[in-house]
Design a protein around this ligand. Sequence first.
Ligand code: ASP
Length: 437
Amino acid sequence: MKLKMPLHTKIIIGLIAGLIFGLASIFLGIPSYITIEFIKPAGVVFVNALKMIAVPLIIASLIVGVANLGDISKLSRMGGKTIMLYMVTTVIATTIGLFIVNIIKPGHVITPETREEILGIYSLEALETTGQAEILKRQGPLDPLVRMVPENFFGAATDNSNMLQVVFFSLIFGIAILKVPKNKSSAVIAFFDGANEVILTIIHFIMALAPIGVFALIAALIVELAGDNPSKAWEILSALLVYALTVIIGLLIMIMVIYPSIFKIFTKVKYKRFFKGVREAQLLAFSTSSSSATLPVTMECVEKNLRVSEEVTSFVLPLGATINMDGTSLYQSVAAVFIAQAMGIHLTLGSQIMIVLTATLASIGSAGVPGAGMVMLVIVLEAIGIPAAGLALIIAPDRILDMCRTIVNVTGDATVAMTIASTEGEDVGEHPVTKTG
Ligand code: ASP
């Protein structure tokens, strides 16, 4: 009998194989360019393919989703609940981050010598990140709202960082369909419905490559992390271990306490069942460090495995991938306080409250791409008067922490999608898990 291995198992195998390959090539002294030039491209192609399908998927599924709603009042009700839940979970995450960083105090573990050494090594990279943040800081307070309306839809659709503009246009398009006589609208709906099916099939094609893509991404990551001097890299990483563990403990609290509680309160679905349904999206979030690249798979998992309607997933998840980043906001509050502790800067209660506020806003502004959370951290640091050069202290483990916080970002979006669907009376999560891919 031929046993078909589930996709998530294949992805896990790819992940472990990538880890082993990366470590082995460091220990065996295989030149890093072999991995970077010949293995990494497979990972880049995989991530690009996922990104390639994100905008078409949002357009087709959101238009069909809204057109299927029947009336607009449901949409505004859902919209209000979604934004509200996104805000609440983000503030909870930031507060948890603050809480544990103040208990564990990872910044006090670093000796002044280690601090100066790390600040020296990463000062250039910190400067670069601060420069990137400078552009974002020049925006006015209403800019995010203004930017939601694209001046050219096709322009918006050509850039993955304009996801919110695409969501906006697709929403308007879907709403307009509801206002048009049926004899005119039915062909339009049928077209996007069919296109949606085609796009889902393309996602299956791409996901079939996931194990290879994940292998390449992880192998390249290990080699890049080790750099030219693996023992030095390891020394710095271990000096920052307590800080990294503080972030990870916070993320685990979100996954193991906060989201299960939300499930208990708002849904009838067992958390374990939910976890099984979204594991492929979580694995991809970890491997790609990008909620935007993971979005097509998150939508597929929540819809197919957990039986949430397309009306909900097509609206809640793209929005979440752009504005809801619980893992990022938690990380930003831990990192800000850690830097202050390590630099001997005392933070008043006022500053700590300011962190909750700015980290919440900064996480909303972070794009769903690798490293975006660290760029926005500059804004949190400056709001509480910590020199942005302190960023150098947290650069070394950031890539690994990015992988972990992206899992929480994606899980948070899926949790809210499940909650919205449940409160809208949908019979979610009641069916056996089907495999994507
Ligand atoms: N990589 C994260 C995401 O895509 C954002 C970040 O925290 O850097 O969700």
